[in-house]
Design a binder for this molecule. Structure first.
Ligand code: ZN
Length: 93
């Protein structure tokens, strides 16, 4: 991994939210952790966590899955309605 990568705008978004809760649209993964994150969001604990989440989002984008993080669950659900995942499975909750 490159250690001196410039802080891009999207990474800055995550860094600005350290200590805050974020939400995301459905990742298309039915595991317990993803289900919990989808329903409750999670708190970004520190800078390395912010980077991890940012990289995760970028990885999904690269694989064609529009996974994105938002300040509110409402925003995440609105995004999800506009960008359904190709392999999205509707989960009973
Ligand atoms: Zn999962």
């Amino acid at each position: 991994m490159i250690t001196e990568k410039p802080v891009n705008e999207r990474l800055q978004w995550f860094l600005d939210r350290i200590g805050k809760r974020v939400f995301r649209n459905h990742a298309g993964c039915p595991c317990v952790i993803c289900k919990k994150v989808y329903e409750q969001g999670f708190v970004i604990v520190d800078a390395s966590h912010a980077e991890y989440v940012h990289d995760n989002e970028a990885d999904y984008a690269a694989s064609g899955h529009p996974l994105r993080y938002f300040d509110t669950k409402e925003q995440a659900l609105a995004y999800e309605a506009e960008n359904p995942l190709p392999n999205q499975q509707k989960l009973e909750s």
